[in-house]
Each structure stands twice: as structure tokens, then as C-alpha cells.
Design a protein around this ligand. Structure first.
Ligand SMILES: [Fe+2]
Length: 272
């Protein structure tokens, strides 16, 4: 199931454009009760109605109409060097990825029950080189202290603007430098990409052909804006100019919902 349904997409775009259901109904000429219902997740608009809303919201009309018709779901598998693990009890995704030696690993977002992550690392068994944190929300970093204690040699990497969320560990975290590469093993690297919008310090990590997007880019949607200063425009520009600059074949591994690819998002994501 996609992370965001039609009503989520509609509400995010409306909030980002400073419009509510009443304003959208007024400007589109669609009955206010119908638009209010779509905001709540009651019913879906017709093709024409979805296109009319898209034009008012700066969304792609064809892609929004496709979403209203529930006509797309990505069918993408993670590459063999990437493993997903749940962040139980949070509804978010964590990932481990590793080098060809089958031992050297990096972790995306330490959150949820620490034992789940410790088991996932022990299952390798992996030598954890990096703890990479996409952003400051608890469902992406609330197990950082436990994981850092278990793997004292692992390097924590997080953007300065969000690092307050990991308390005193912020002082030992390597700050994200947009576009720079972290050395990973002798021949590989991990690219840090600062993508403000969902939070000020939201960042993505690119390893080979996999992009870990946190809550910046989901299959068919983008993250909501949670401040303190980043804006809706920021997240759209982050995705358009930084993530969509990558190859179509790049697999996206998001912080919520199923994997997708940059190519699929180019064709189906109504925000872009
Ligand atoms: Fe988040």
C-alpha cells in the first residue's frame, strides 16, 4: 500500500499552497461538500475533477487523475545489498546495506525497538561502519543511543539542523555536507544529499543504485512540512533538482511505504 492515499496528497498540496477545501471548491466550481469529503478520504474525484484540482494546486493533472483512479502501484524490489527492517512499534522503515565482503554495513535510521536492529546487524553478522540518520523525528532516530552504545565504533552521520534530536550524541555526529561522499570500504562510497523540506535537516543517502529518502520522497508522494523553517517549496525543489537529477534506474528506499524508482516517480508522482 502506498504511504499516501489521494486524500493525503490533496491535503499536503493544499496546505503547501495555503488553500483549504472551501477555497478549492470555490475556485474549481466543484461542490464544497464533495471537496471536503475528499479531504477526509470519503470518495474520489472524477478524472476531470482531479485535473481541475491539480491545476489549482500546482500538481501534475494527469498524475493526480491517475492517483484518483488508484491506477498505479510500484512493483520494485530492493537490491540484494540492501535489507529492510521494520521500526516496530513505529510505522517507519529502517534499512541495512552492506559491501561485497558481506560484513561491512551501514544502517539507515536507528528507530523503534533497539533489539530489532541489534538482531538485524547480528544476523549478518555485520560490522557496523555508519549510523546514517535521515532526519530528527522520533520514528527515525529514537534508538540512536542504544545502537551507538552497542556499536561504539560506528560513525553517526546527521545534518546539523536536526542533530539536537539525538541529544549529547550530536557532538560526536559527523555533519552532512551536501554532495560530499563518505568513504565506505576501499572502493565504495555513500553520497550525502541535503534535501530540506520535511525538516530543515532532512537528508538522503545514495549508495550505488539505492537512494534512501527518509521522509523526503515516498512512492507517489512527498513528506509533509514540519518546520521549523523549511517550506513546501523547499521540499519540491529538493526532489526536483537534487533527487530527480539521478538516473531513472535508481531505487528509492523511503522512510515509509514501498520502494520505487526515480523513473517511476518521474512518471507517477503528482507533486513533480
Ligand atoms: Fe518524519
Amino acid at each position: 500500500m502506498l504511504e499516501d492515499d489521494f486524500s493525503d496528497v490533496l491535503r499536503k498540496a493544499a496546505r503547501g499552497n495555503g488553500l483549504d477545501a472551501e477555497a478549492l471548491a470555490c475556485r474549481s466550481g466543484i461542490a464544497a461538500a464533495a471537496v471536503a469529503g475528499w479531504f477526509r478520504g470519503d470518495g474520489l474525484p472524477s478524472d476531470g475533477e482531479a485535473r481541475a484540482l491539480a491545476l489549482l494546486l500546482g500538481l501534475d493533472p494527469g498524475k493526480l487523475a491517475e492517483r484518483a483512479a488508484q491506477g498505479w502501484h510500484p512493483d520494485v524490489a530492493l537490491p540484494p545489498d540492501v535489507r529492510h527492517h521494520p521500526h516496530d512499534p513505529h510505522p517507519s522503515n529502517g534499512y541495512l546495506f552492506f559491501l561485497d565482503d558481506g560484513r561491512t554495513a551501514a544502517l539507515i535510521d536507528p528507530a523503534g525497538l533497539p533489539q530489532t536492529i541489534l538482531d538485524a546487524v547480528a544476523d549478518g553478522p555485520f560490522a557496523l561502519r555508519y549510523i546514517l540518520i535521515t532526519h530528527r523525528h522520533a520514528d527515525h532516530c529514537d534508538a540512536t543511543a542504544d545502537i551507538a552504545r552497542a556499536f561504539p565504533d560506528a560513525e553517526i552521520v546527521m545534518h546539523r539542523s536536526d542533530a539536537h534530536a539525538i541529544g549529547h550524541l550530536a557532538t560526536r555526529a559527523t555533519p552532512i555536507v551536501d554532495g560530499d561522499e563518505l568513504a565506505f570500504g576501499e572502493h565504495a562510497s555513500i553520497r550525502m544529499i541535503h534535501t530540506p523540506g520535511h525538516t530543515d535537516g532532512s537528508s538522503c543517502f545514495l549508495f550505488r543504485s539505492t537512494l534512501f529518502t527518509g521522509d523526503t520522497l515516498f512512492a507517489g508522494s512527498v513528506g509533509g512540512i514540519t518546520g521549523p523553517t523549511a517550506t513546501y517549496r523547499d521540499i519540491i525543489e529538493s526532489v526536483r533538482f537534487k533527487l530527480f537529477a539521478l538516473d531513472d534506474a535508481t531505487v528509492i528506499a523511503p522512510g515509509h511505504g514501498p520502494p520505487s524508482t526515480i523513473g517511476e516517480e518521474r512518471i507517477h508522482n503528482p507533486f513533480l
